[in-house]
Design a protein around this ligand. Structure first.
Ligand SMILES: Nc1ncnc2c1ncn2[C@@H]1O[C@H](COP(=O)(O)OP(=O)(O)OP(=O)(O)O)[C@@H](O)[C@H]1O
Ligand SMILES: [Mg+2]
Length: 256
C-alpha cells in the first residue's frame, strides 16, 4: 500500500507547473520532496487529497485513483491522509481544542467525550498538553505548527503530508518539529511525505529524498546519495549556489 504519483501534469492557464511528475511513497517510510519556491510542491500535495485534479496522469492512494473518487469516498480518503498545511491554517475564532477536533466532529462517529480525549492525546503527542482552551493567536509560530500536526493526526491517518513543516522556525524549534515527524513514523507507524526546502530537516527526518524541478522528478535517493550527487541542479539547490547551474548540461535533465 502506498501513495503513487504517476506522470502528473498540471497547468494553470499558460503556466505549466507539473509536467510528468512521478513518485511513490512506500508504506512506512518518510519521503522528503525538495524543490524551489513555485516548483509545484504544494500543488502536488493538493492532488493527493483531491483538492486539485490532474490535467493528465493520476495519483493512486492504496491503489485508488483519487480523481475518480465520489465525494463520500474522498472524505474517507481524507481521514486516512492527514494534511499539515503550509501556514498551519488554524481557525482563529476556534480554540486549539476545537481546531484539533474539527475533523473528528465531521466524522460523526465519536461523542464529545471521545473527541475531547482524542484531542488531548494528540496535543500530548506533539508535546503541547493543556492548551485546548487557548486561541491560535496566543500561540507562537512553532506551537501553531504543532497544533496543525495534532489536527492532521487526529483521525489516526495512515499517511501524513507535511507542507513546509519547519519553514520560518528557529533552529531549536525546527529540531522539535523534526523529532515529532520521526515520532509519527516510529511510534505511530505513519507513512510521511514531507515537502521542504530545508535540507537539514530533510536529511534528519527522511528515509529517501526526491527533488522536483521544472515539473518533473530530478532526483530520488537516500540522504547520503543526494549529498554525494554530482547533478549540478541538485547541488546548486542543496548548497544554495546558483552559479553551479551555469555550467549545467541540459541533456542530464532526464537522467534520474
Ligand atoms: N489554484 C491555483 N491557481 C493558479 N495558480 C496556482 C494555483 N495553485 C498554485 N498555482 C501556481 O502554481 C505554481 C506552483 O505553486 P506551489 O504552491 O505548488 O509552489 P510550491 O512549490 O509549494 O512553492 P513554495 O515553496 O513557495 O510554497 C506557482 O506558480 C503558483 O502560483
Ligand atoms: Mg508550497
Amino acid at each position: 500500500m502506498s501513495i503513487e504519483i504517476r506522470d502528473l501534469h498540471k497547468a494553470f492557464g499558460e503556466k505549466k507547473v507539473l509536467q510528468g511528475f512521478s513518485l511513490e511513497v512506500r508504506e512506512g517510510e518518510t519521503l522528503a520532496v525538495l524543490g524551489g519556491s513555485g516548483s509545484g510542491k504544494s500543488v502536488t500535495l493538493k492532488h493527493i487529497v483531491g483538492l486539485l485534479e490532474p490535467d493528465r496522469g493520476t495519483v493512486l492512494v492504496d491503489g485508488q485513483a483519487v480523481e475518480e473518487l465520489e465525494a463520500k469516498e474522498l472524505y474517507a480518503l481524507r481521514r486516512n491522509v492527514g494534511y499539515v498545511f503550509q501556514l498551519a491554517a488554524l481557525f482563529d475564532s476556534l480554540t486549539v481544542g476545537e481546531n484539533v477536533g474539527l475533523g473528528l466532529r465531521r466524522l460523526g462517529t465519536m461523542d464529545d467525550q471521545e473527541i475531547d480525549e482524542r484531542v488531548s492525546e494528540c496535543l500530548e503527542l506533539v508535546d503541547l498538553p493543556g492548551v485546548t482552551e487557548r486561541y491560535p493567536a496566543e500561540l507562537s509560530g512553532g506551537q501553531k505548527k504543532r497544533v496543525g500536526l495534532a489536527r492532521a493526526i487526529a483521525t489516526r491517518p495512515k499517511y501524513v503530508l507535511y507542507d513546509e513543516p519547519t519553514t520560518g522556525l528557529d533552529p531549536l524549534t525546527k529540531a522539535v518539529i523534526d523529532k515529532l515527524i520521526l515520532r509519527m513514523k516510529e511510534d505511530l507507524g505513519m507513512t510521511g511525505l514531507v515537502i521542504t526546502h530545508d535540507m537539514e530537516s530533510a536529511f534528519r527526518v527522511s528515509d529517501r529524498v526526491a527533488m522536483l524541478h521544472e515539473g518533473r522528478r530530478r532526483f530520488l535517493g537516500t540522504p547520503d546519495e543526494i549529498r554525494a550527487t554530482d547533478d549540478p541542479v541538485v547541488r546548486a539547490f542543496i548548497e544554495g549556489r546558483p552559479e553551479l547551474l551555469d555550467g549545467g548540461d541540459p541533456s542530464r535533465k532526464e537522467a534520474v
